[in-house]
Write a protein that binds this ligand. Structure first.
Ligand SMILES: [Zn+2]
Length: 212
């Protein structure tokens, strides 16, 4: 099986998984995987993540040209910016998942990290999560904001919108996005309750034991 066929099938399988978990509704969310030649496959515009067809995924060159399949998601520029800044990224997931979007709508004292270190798994899979300011859909200023944050972070949260999460593989990106959504849910469940987060020494011990 070709690399394109293998990754195309994986995108559809993981899209269905995210949809069935309730992380994507209607035609929201998009998912992509980068091929060895630097181009990437991405879910088409106006597609439902639960109903993706491998034959219709869009193929896009590293400079953003559409070279195969249906027209790409209108949010393909988010993926492009993340791939350009992160050479090791092989998969990207963008969701409008409920709890992450809720956190993206809160006022944050520190927009450089908007989810606390609740669990070791969040610290290892996401780490610091910066909030990107709100831009209206279609405003290309968002591209530059994502690009700047992606230099230091593989996961970002778009204000009043949702997360963009990269991984070393497509599977890794999906698992990272799921971890982020579950941490956002925990963060909201714990709102107003005295909570013990991991401390700096515990976070440093994780970084030493599991270097990225
Ligand atoms: Zn979006």
């Amino acid at each position: 099986m070709s690399e394109e066929a293998r990754l195309g099938e994986a995108i559809c399988r993981f899209g269905d998984l995210l949809y069935r978990r309730g992380y994507a509704h209607g035609s929201t969310g998009n998912i992509s995987a980068r091929l060895d030649d630097g181009s990437f496959l991405i879910s088409p515009t106006n597609s439902c993540l639960g109903l993706l067809d491998p034959a219709r995924l869009a193929r896009v060159t590293p400079d953003g040209r559409h070279i195969g399949g249906d027209p790409p998601s209108k949010e393909a520029f988010l993926h492009l910016a993340m791939y350009e800044e992160r050479a090791g990224a092989r998969g990207i997931v963008h969701l409008h998942s409920t709890h992450a979007v809720a956190v993206s709508c809160l006022r944050h004292d520190d927009p450089t990290d908007v989810l606390p270190p609740i669990t070791a798994y969040h610290v290892m899979r996401i780490g610091r999560l910066p909030l990107i300011p709100y831009y209206r859909p279609g405003d290309r200023s968002l591209t530059e904001a994502v690009r700047a944050a992606a230099r230091r972070h593989h996961a970002v949260l778009l204000a009043n919108h949702g997360p963009v999460v990269a991984g070393k593989s497509l599977e890794d990106a999906v698992f990272n996005a799921e971890e982020l959504e579950e941490t956002a849910k925990l963060r909201l469940l714990l709102e107003g309750r005295p909570t013990r987060f991991l401390d700096a020494a515990q976070i440093a011990a994780l970084a030493a034991a599991f270097p990225s």
